[in-house]
Write a protein that binds this ligand. Structure first.
Ligand SMILES: *[C@@H]1O[C@H](CO)[C@@H](O)[C@H](O)[C@H]1NC(C)=O
Length: 428
């Protein structure tokens, strides 16, 4: 509450009246009303804004941090997330740039998971270093705009920031190759504030199969290894969400059979509507209800329509399909802005989420409560359950499993290795 007071002062000086209203609490904002079937687009858009003022919108995946590395080599002296980047070089010319704080506010985004992405090309090399550098650059970016956003690590902090009219920032690691197959690295990442790990990107890890590699190039993996299962149990114990976007179906099924907590797909679409491995098949959608997890829908045209073009209707079709197969409690949003270069018409950047809700408000099968679930309540429920599992497992000891040496030695010979215990004892 003390921090809200400070925020309000800052905001009043900046004369952002809309935010002042949000800062005073929900009672000050107009109650969202169900618009009539004959409502105009403007009326539905106004209702969408009210809805998102009332209940938080949480997006599962944004790749801005990788653009900070590509465009700026992580030098932030001339970067300011609080400005309209459409006016700034090199952002204004990039089809990969869709995000800044003014537009996140316009889009009513209450919480953003920033992707701590490391490319597969770095696997078995400097992945852990790159990962730490990406966490560092995200933290510096947030600190430089600390009047508008804060790094948060829990559901209660997301709700508190939303109550203050601020944008909550969260960290998700993409992907598991950045763990260096190490329980110690996993735990250290949790301590740094990371709250989900995407198990794979476009490469197999030594313990999990991804959805997207040529089987002839990397024939080995098949689902999760037993060490991979240990990692899932350790994530459950820690309170780290498991993200299955990019995982193969084998891996996803193995995780669903192993995990003690609900999972997420931070940025995926439905395979029934665009038949690529990267999208989630119906059988896994159906089993999500049992697991309690959710699919956060990607806005990448190529995943939505299997073509270079898409519209708001394409996103709506995927949301509706996932709602039909998994249930309305198991669908959310994970646009993937800044990591994609083809976005649906009408959803060109992070400022346009309300347009999606305006569209869904024209469909009477979506209640206001269901729309709030889609916006963020489903993710909050999953995250809260993951936090609760952490509490339940508090007496469990940290895992001391080490990946079997034959699973990594041939691909990753250049590393400092554990000595055999006999040899080590001989040296003391
Ligand atoms: C960043 O931009 C905001 C909004 O234009 C401005 O108020 C702030 O002073 C800028 N920060 C820096 C360090 O220039």
């Amino acid at each position: 509450m003390w921090r809200c007071g400070v925020v309000l002062t800052v905001v009043v000086t900046a004369a952002l009246k809309v935010v002042v209203v949000a800062g005073l609490g929900c009672s000050a904002s107009p109650l969202p009303v169900r618009v009539s079937a004959s409502a105009t687009h403007q009326e539905r858009l106004a209702a969408a804004h009210s809805l998102l003022q009332e209940s938080p919108l949480i997006d599962g995946h944004n790749d801005l941090a990788w653009n900070l590395r590509k465009f700026l080599h992580n030098k932030l002296h001339s970067f300011n997330l609080s400005t309209d980047l459409r006016q700034e070089k090199p952002w204004r010319r990039s089809s990969f740039s869709h995000t800044d704080l003014p537009r996140l506010r316009q889009g009513r985004v209450a919480a953003q998971f920033w992707s701590v992405y490391v490319p597969c090309e770095a696997q078995y090399m400097n992945t852990v270093q790159l990962l730490l550098e990406q966490i560092d650059v995200i933290k510096r970016m947030i600190a430089a705009s600390s009047h508008e956003t804060t790094l948060v690590k829990s559901t209660s902090e997301i709700e508190a920031e939303f109550g203050c009219g601020r944008v909550a920032s969260l960290l998700g690691v993409e992907g598991g190759h950045g763990l260096g197959s190490s329980m110690g690295v996993l735990r250290a990442l949790y301590d740094l504030g990371v709250r989900y790990v995407t198990l794979t990107h476009k490469c197999h890890t030594p313990w999990a199969e991804c959805s997207e590699v040529d089987a002839e190039v990397e024939p080995n993996a098949r689902g999760l290894t037993s060490y991979g299962k240990e990692l899932i149990l350790e994530m459950n114990r820690l309170g780290m969400m498991v993200d299955l976007s990019h995982s193969s179906s084998h891996t996803a099924l193995d995780v669903l059979a192993t995990t003690r907590a609900p999972v997420i797909f931070s940025h995926s679409a439905a395979r029934a509507l665009c038949a690529i491995e990267r999208n989630v098949p119906d059988d896994i959608l159906s089993s999500l209800a049992t697991n309690g997890g959710l699919v956060m829908v990607s806005f990448y045209n190529d995943f939505l329509t299997c073509s270079r073009t898409a519209s708001i209707d394409s996103v709506v079709a995927h949301i509706n399909h996932i709602r039909t197969m998994a249930g309305v409690d198991h669908v959310g949003l994970g646009a993937g802005y800044d990591g994609i270069n083809r976005t649906p018409s009408g959803l060109e950047d992070v400022s346009q989420y309300p347009e999606l809700f305006a569209e869904l408000l024209s469909d009477p099968s979506w209640s206001l409560q269901d729309l709030k679930k889609l916006a963020g309540l489903n993710l909050l429920r999953v995250f809260a359950r993951v936090e609760q599992v952490r509490e339940e497992l508090v007496a469990e000891k940290p895992s001391e499993e080490i990946i079997p040496i034959h699973d990594i030695d041939s691909r990753w010979p250049c590393r400092y290795k554990f000595a055999s215990l006999d040899e080590a004892a001989g040296h003391t």
